[in-house]
Design a protein around this ligand. Sequence first.
Ligand SMILES: [Fe+2]
Ligand SMILES: [Fe+2]
Length: 602
Amino acid sequence: MPKEKIQGILDSIKTNIITTNELDKSLYRKMDYESFKLTYIQRSKILRDIFKRNQKLIEELHEILKEDLTKEVANSLYEGYRQLEKEEIHDSFLLLQIIDKLIPFYEKENDYSKLLNLYNDENFELSIFLMINQEKIDKIKENIQKTMALKNHYEELGLNERKIIYYSYYNFMSYLPNYDESYIDKMISIYKEAKAFYHSEAVFKMNDQDLARREMNLLNEALLHNFMYYLDDGLCDQMEFVRIIDEIKDTFEDEMDRDLCYAVLTYLNDQMDDLEFIYYLENYHDFFYQDVLKLSFNESKDEIYVRSAKLVDAECILFDFLKHSYLPDNTKEEVAKRIITKALKYFDRVPKDRYTRLYVEEATSRIVKKALPFSSNADLKEKLFTSLILRRQELNYVHSQIVEKIAVAILDSMNETRYPLIKDMIEIGFWDFADLKGYVSRSARLHDIGKSLALGIVNQQIRSLLPDEYHNIILHPEGFQSIIEKDKDFKYYVDVIKGHHKSYDGKSGYPKDFDNTKSKYKLIIDLITIADCIDAGTDNYGRNYHDGKNFDMVFKELKDGANTLYNPDIVSYIEQNGNLMNELKYIVDDYRMELRYEIYVK
Ligand SMILES: [Fe+2]
Ligand SMILES: [Fe+2]
């Protein structure tokens, strides 16, 4: 009986996700404004229905996961979730819940085949959620190590599971160092361990030499692509790296890689200067760029993924090298600009759907992080972020635009009526009103920048949040934080980004360890918080997880929360200015829908 029940629950979740995807796609069709509006409202109705239905399903699933697993239940859960993985239905947190329950069960059973799939799937689901923190890195590392350890059972495994062991070496080298630099030191020893294993008796016995050779080629590529970690003089690893690279230089299957290998060696032997090398790397990159421009997107998903990954790899190599090179800043900026323009041109062509979303978001966020230091001012940096990431995240994009519009409307009105608070705001340290307004506008546009990394869960529309998801959502004011704090142009916005979910009195909200009441920008944080709540609270068609509220209902909440949650001066100012109130009502109603039309259809 539980078998059918579990199958039923997972099947329904799958159908609901597919329906949602179709509904989302319907918004991009060419149509007039009235049809768009109808489509949007209709979509919202259906999503609300799905949301309610899924609620029940998730509760049922929870009941099942609460109990100790019997073999029958465990097997049904395993079969069921694997099916979702195979069909690329990545409701990550839901899958993670199931996987986390199954791992200890099968560890006790010593079911190596299942375990390998579980470790591998868990790592995949963890990695597509882009807000990677130390806890996740540790988990991923643990899974990789457990996978590697199972190579001792190589001969007992099926082909797919044997492949997972190879992936673990690859992931260790190409994934972990990106997030945690301490893994750079271990790269060469892991590389050697893998090589020894690929030539081992076990691989030979299973007649897997071809497989091992292909995988070795990928590892060679990964090592080569990480050459920038060995550029700094004085690292004893550099000699070891050069020795290995020299040894493998003629083994690459891909001509481009063989070529890159020779270039890297020439550069490391001081026979090529930085400018020549960057010129070489741009050509290398252009080869893959021209290749993806030929994609018609009717190719198989794997094919698209592999070719795009090559491009993104080449982009990352370029940016990493720029970081290490001694080229003048303006040269670096020019090179970066050329790469970004090309990246934009490519990603603009990628159709918007659930399948592409995963890799596009991973790729673009990686590129933005690497490219940010090479844009010379805040305008260019914001443009980079908006055009590469935010522009593909319509819900977030509309939200940031509306929050800006609301905040500026309040500010303009206060300025016209010479409300004293404006003077206090300017005195924070702005030159004049225009300077203040510029700061507020950008703060509003950037306030949710951290969300762009947690999109998959933040905009969860078809079921309520799981506890783990909520735990991750409250991290969003800190996503991108390390990058923003270190950036000379963005660091001024850190307080607003961090503080926009804190209460006026600082006693509630998140993050806990940030004291907004002590911030120099307190008044601006207060203003953005109010603008944020007005948009989020009234967005009945965009946010299908909350009950519809109109402007008056939301405004009543602001009034009730004045002094504790919201700045009372701003709330009472809005209340006493009928014109402003009407403007805000227009912004969250007709204006928002028109903006959506612009963004989705045009
Ligand atoms: Fe937020
Ligand atoms: Fe927000």
